[in-house]
Ligand binder design. Structure first.
Ligand code: GLY
Length: 380
């Protein structure tokens, strides 16, 4: 089974990827943490067999297990949820060497990681992602946190901590129960990696698009390869710039599509196919539109040519099944929302844009007219 080692000195850990690896959770956890009381934070929509696989494995390895649930909605990714969970962790009398185990998608992992980072100034966390998006991105690299309500709007991931997990266990079997739309949306982060990994996996973008049929058909080998290749890309970026301090480049490049995406994700009426029943956008879909806008901005700035822009926009649109965003508010509204992004520094908006050769770069002070045109291009 493909393991990826995240080499961060004393904060190093393995990412284990494979079908059925959840059965090893207890044994692996017992080898990594001295405490024997596990606080299992679960996405409340997980199939019972996934929960049982994790709980039985922990039980067999001698852990006492206390459970709590999280509802995987952005509004629930809040300080109120963290407060509730911290109360439950304290009520269960977890000690400093006992682990929090987050089993679910990105919201569960981000909240669970932040609870672990905060309780008694930090206890171990093990991430067990169950969505494609969290396997290839959110569970790896130690970003944890919650959204914050500011001036009546939900601002994504404004409160949090870097808190590396002791282990990431990505059981590919859990993707079987993931709704098809969520699986496709998770491909946004895979395509993002494909656009920024340079020569380390220069085929990843095309390979992902070529294997859409296998991914829909739940071909376990293809899904394992997909997750493993993406974790390798993410690991290389995180190891080079763990706390996103590199200024230009480094971990900030993982924000490709996210500054545009985070601005439109909370807009409740937007849907990927214009059907109100499918609103709002999933995170991956918003990031997908963000990558399309980034491609247009890069082309307008002369950093990529027409053909490269089309390749990105068509590839992302096909993989995520995105249609023109007819209901998008005018560009000034989106631009204003972008100014609230936590990546704004000294009032300056920093964008990540593709520059060709499967590479991206950060750009400060992109002309507002270019950004507006990039936003407007999402209606095409
Ligand atoms: N998801 C972006 C990062 O981990 O830095």
């Amino acid at each position: 089974m493909p393991d990826v080692h995240i080499n961060l000195g004393e904060r190093s850990y393995d990412v284990v990827v494979g079908a059925g690896v959840l059965a090893d959770l207890g044994v692996r956890a017992a080898a990594l943490v001295p405490g024997r009381h596990a606080f299992l934070i679960l996405d409340d929509k997980l199939p019972e067999e996934t929960v049982l696989a994790a709980a039985a494995s922990l039980d067999a390895a001698g852990f006492t297990v206390t459970r709590a649930t999280v509802t995987a909605l952005e509004v629930e990714k809040s300080l109120e949820t963290v407060k509730r969970l911290l109360g439950a962790v304290g009520g269960a009398r977890l000690e400093r060497r006992d682990p929090v185990i987050a089993l679910g998608g990105g919201i569960t992992g981000d909240v669970g990681g932040f609870v672990a980072a905060s309780y008694r100034r930090g206890i171990p966390v093990i991430q067990c992602p169950t969505t494609l998006l969290s396997m290839v991105d959110a569970s790896v690299g130690g970003k944890t946190g919650v959204n914050l309500e500011i001036e009546g709007g939900l601002k994504k991931n404004m409160v949090g901590a870097f808190w590396q997990p002791r282990l990431v266990l990505a059981d590919i079997n859990t993707l079987r129960s993931l709704p098809a739309r969520e699986r496709r949306a998770g491909l946004a982060e895979c395509l993002k990696h494909g656009l920024l990994c340079g020569e380390s996996d220069g085929e990843l973008f095309d390979w992902t698009i070529e294997h859409l049929g296998d991914i829909d058909a739940l071909n376990m080998e293809v899904l394992t390869e997909l997750v493993s290749r993406n974790v390798h890309v993410k690991a290389a970026v995180v190891v080079a710039d763990e706390r996103e301090e590199a200024g230009t480049g480094g971990r900030a490049l993982l924000n490709l599509g996210h500054t545009f995406g985070h601005a439109i994700e909370p807009m409740k009426s937007l849907s990927p196919d214009g059907d109100a029943k499918h609103a709002p956008l999933l995170h991956g879909e918003a990031v997908g539109y963000g990558m399309m806008a980034a491609a247009r901005a890069a082309r307008l700035l002369g950093r990529i040519d027409d053909e490269a822009e089309l390749e990105i926009r068509n590839g992302v649109g096909e993989a995520l099944e995105l249609r023109p965003l007819g209901g998008l508010p005018e560009s000034s509204v989106v631009l204003d929302a972008m100014q609230h992004d936590k990546k704004v520094s000294g009032g300056r908006l920093r964008l990540v844009l593709p520059v060709g050769g499967r590479r991206c770069a950060t750009f400060d002070d992109v002309d507002a007219g270019v950004i507006a045109a990039a936003i407007d291009s999402l209606r095409e």
